[in-house]
Design a protein around this ligand. Structure first.
Ligand SMILES: Nc1nc2[nH]c(I)nc2c(=O)[nH]1
Length: 271
């Protein structure tokens, strides 16, 4: 089950991980998956009753996250008031970790193999709109993939029209009509953009800059999942405001927005 071996089929590893997940949680099918980015950690608790929590490294194909986000676990949650289950993927692998696109895509592939029909991709990002103060959640309407990479291999031609489901965005707006929308630009990272690169992102139609999500969304579409993407603006992108970026401020903005956006996400998933 070594994802680094080209002879390994990554979908076999995803199926193996999903089978282990079902066995360890006792949950045959997870209907919706959530990938929690910076600031979104609290959502799992508001979704419903935790059924089981499994360290990602105990499942095939997950690598020990370099930066452990949300403890690097997969959590199975019975969604309150329903008989549906959510799979909370708290162990995202970022493309900038250099562990290959298969590991970036593995979480959404496991979710699809576990029976999910929907994935909610969340992230923390930089905002290009001055009125989006740190802590503002923004629905992703589309993305621009500046990584130069794809999570897909070979002649896998996949249509990306309406990649960030307009149906699910309408549902989200029913929960919170004030939600803004924007185009998310994924840079490779791990460095932040220069002010000139932020202006480039603006001129090509971007509103949010980040280092995740786009590759996961492509893999999720290929795996047949309907996708909702929500960004948390944790900082003004470089050059948009006078101050330089501070990672501490980024983390603080995420923490401060936590309760509100976790409630928003739980309400959307339950709707
Ligand atoms: N590329 C990029 N990624 C980010 N992640 C967060 I949190 N803030 C940023 C940002 O300003 N730029």
């Amino acid at each position: 089950t070594d994802l680094d071996d080209p002879a390994t089929d990554p979908f076999d590893v995803a199926r193996e991980a999903a089978a282990t997940l079902a066995r360890r949680t006792g949950v045959e099918r997870h209907d919706v998956a959530l990938v929690l980015g910076s600031g979104w950690g609290g959502a799992a608790d508001l979704l419903g009753e935790k059924v089981a929590e499994i360290p990602a490294t105990e499942l095939p194909g997950f690598s020990a996250p370099v930066v452990v986000g949300h403890g690097g676990t997969l959590t199975s949650v019975r969604i309150e008031g329903t008989d549906r289950h959510a799979l909370v993927l708290g162990a995202r692998t970022h493309f900038y970790e250099g562990r290959g696109v298969r590991r970036v895509a593995h979480g959404v592939r496991v979710a699809a193999a576990a029976g999910a029909s929907t994935v909610v991709l969340t992230n923390g990002c930089g905002g290009l709109e001055p009125e989006w103060a740190p802590g503002t959640p923004v629905l992703i309407s589309d993305h621009i993939n500046l990584t130069g990479a794809s999570p897909l291999e070979g002649a896998t031609f996949v249509d990306l029209t309406d990649l960030y489901s307009s149906r699910l965005r309408a549902l989200a707006r029913e929960v919170d009509p004030s939600l803004a929308e924007g185009v998310y630009v994924q840079f490779r990272g791990p460095h932040y953009e220069t002010p000139a690169e932020v202006q480039m992102a603006r001129r090509i139609g971007g509103h949010l800059v980040g280092m995740s999500t786009a590759l996961e969304a492509i893999a999720a579409r290929h795996a047949g999942l309907e996708i909702l993407g929500i960004s948390l603006v944790t900082n003004a992108a470089a050059g948009i405001s006078a101050e330089p970026l501070s990672h501490e401020e980024v983390l603080e903005a995420g923490r401060a927005a936590g309760p509100r956006i976790s409630r928003l996400l739980a309400d959307i998933v339950r709707s």
